[in-house]
Design a protein around this ligand. Structure first.
Ligand code: G3H
Ligand code: 13P
Ligand code: ZN
Length: 349
């Protein structure tokens, strides 16, 4: 099976009423963890890499590691996605490398920090859509801005600073023709999302539901969706870490999102916590060890456990073999002849 488009995975998820986790990777062990979790749960997968990941691992290593995953797990549909592309050029370079979908995060200017205007966002996203669809590649856009900063990317501040306006979401989807739409509903990237278990005053599920009602057929994407579980925080802190008390997005809220149009759920921080906790534990308990495999194996297993659990909770488990992959060349034909509808279905206010 060749790499498949995220658009196909999300269309299938919409038919089946489930969500698909999009897990960030930077190295071989993270890819292995995701693939073993996918095999264990028979899930389709979205593997995503940020600009930081591409710089850390180098494009060719990343691409060939994902191709290796594709060879080793032929029964699992795999999409390779660019997370938070900051410019047209970044998206084009990802498409040329072989990514099967890209996120053009035009909610921020190319510096990846300053919120852009609506017009700027529409223009750059539309330009990426035109380039990508001609080549059969799917595009995720973002309207509204998430909180927090990861690896220098993000506007910083609270997740409530720039939540998505439903009218703008509709206009944005219509003007750009994106395949999926990331919205800001109060979440942030990283571990420090909420200071207590979030309620509707900080995690705006009502806003998500309102956007879904206006755009019932648009695949919504929830970024900043790590749940930051207490047990993972505790392991890090028990073995010398210094995490402040914090809360993430409860899984039941994500599941509510999935019932209301969320098809792609971005998770990175939970895996980072799992990996770090496992490595700290080995180094703390057995300081005489120095073979990296002694701590990378438990780290990989800890990430696999988190990913398998999320795959089950998001509902993608058991769906790996549901459908035949559409080639990227056929996706391009679908965009060209209008079979792959890109105009959103808009419901009245
Ligand atoms: O969007 C944030 C993801 O967690 C990726 O983070 O830019 O530090 O690789 P990164
Ligand atoms: P978390 O930091 O909540 O894992 O979010 C990851 C993300 O949104 C990647 O784009
Ligand atoms: Zn994100």
């Amino acid at each position: 099976m060749s790499l498949v488009s995220t658009r196909q995975l999300l269309d299938e998820a919409a038919k089946g009423g489930y969500g698909v986790g999009a897990f960030n990777v930077n190295d071989m062990e993270q890819i292995q963890a995701i693939m073993e979790a996918a095999k264990e749960t028979q899930s389709p997968v979205i593997i995503q890499a940020s600009r930081g990941a591409r710089a850390f691992a180098q494009d060719n290593y990343l691409y060939h590691l994902i191709l290796a995953a594709n060879e080793l797990y032929p029964e699992i549909p795999i999409a390779m996605h660019l997370d938070h592309g900051n410019s047209y050029e970044t998206c084009v370079s990802a498409i040329k490398l072989g990514f099967t979908s890209v996120m053009m995060d035009g909610s921020l200017k190319p510096d990846g920090k300053t919120p852009s205007t609506f017009q700027e966002n529409v223009e750059v996203t539309r330009k990426v859509v035109d380039y990508a669809h001609e080549r059969g590649i799917a595009v995720e856009g973002e309207i509204g801005v998430l909180g927090g900063i990861e690896d220098g990317h993000g506007a910083g501040g609270s997740g409530l600073d720039h939540v998505t306006d439903p009218d703008q979401a509709v206009e944005f989807a219509e003007l750009t023709g994106v395949d999926s739409l990331a919205i800001a509903i109060g979440t942030s990237h990283g571990a420090y999302k909420f200071t207590k278990k979030p309620d509707g005053s900080v995690l705006k599920m009502d806003l998500l539901i309102a956007i879904h009602k206006r755009l019932p057929k648009t695949h919504l994407v929830m970024h900043g969706s790590s749940s930051v579980p207490k047990d993972l925080q505790d392991i890090v802190n028990q073995y010398g870490g210094k995490l402040r008390e914090t809360w993430g997005v409860p899984v039941e809220e994500i599941q509510l999102g999935i019932k209301n149009g969320v098809r792609k759920v971005n998770v990175d921080t939970d895996n980072r916590l799992a990996i770090t906790g496992a490595i700290r534990k080995v180094l703390w308990e057995t300081p005489e060890k120095f073979d990296p495999r002694d701590y990378m194996k438990p780290a990989r297993a800890a990430m696999q456990k988190v990913v398998a659990l999320r795959m089950t909770q998001f509902g993608q488990a058991g769906h790996a073999g549901d459908y035949k992959p559409i080639s990227i060349a056929d996706m391009a034909k679908g965009y060209a002849n209008g079979t792959l509808v890109t105009k959103p279905l808009v419901a009245a206010k």
